[in-house]
Design a binder for this molecule. Sequence first.
Ligand code: DX5
Ligand code: ZN
Length: 222
Amino acid sequence: MIKIAPSILSANFARLGEDIRSIETADYLHFDVMDGHFVPNISIGIPVLQSVRKVTDMVLDVHLMITEPLRYVADFVKAGADILVFHVESQAPDKTLESLRKIKALGARTGLSLRPKTPWEILLPYLDELDLVLVMTVEPGFGGQSFMEDQLPKIAALRREIDRRGIKCELEVDGGINPETARLCVEAGADVLVAGSAVFGAPDRAAMIAALRDAAGKDGHS
Ligand code: DX5
Ligand code: ZN
């Protein structure tokens, strides 16, 4: 079953509670954290996550686009992250392993993300430690960008490696997802789809969530 994760980066932050209720038929709530350093943009952080945690039981899928995530992972788990994803490029490999272990020890699910230019093989040493891999299909930092089709082979390669190892690691894609690109991603092997502008910009958000699931289901592998 394909999971849909609306990104609240495209929500109206002055009406966040209502906007969250409007997407509760989805599976995960995707929460983008940007520090103005790892990516050029600044978004939301720990106090907003704490408030969101109080108003929803949805699985909170937190995507850290920040430098030195090791310094903050414990705070994000304590603030309510169910899945905590950070970038493999954002710190040295020993700190990456330490961050993953910390997240696990605190009882959250682990995830690593990679920028479009980063080869998928960089994840090989970490795959067994991961509950989720997040492939960026746009340059991280902004919502509303166009899907990068050249990332499809990376999704397919990761699908093959996850299946070969027989591990329970979800394969999530993020950036430029609409019903058409959703289908391409699922054909390539993705099983969780993040969508910001497609969901929050739709006149009927529940219908868009259903449309993304449908588009994905047509030729999907699940
Ligand atoms: C981009 C963020 C995405 C973004 C996706 O850096 O990680 O989660 O919100 O937005 P859309 O779906 O509009 O491309
Ligand atoms: Zn994201």
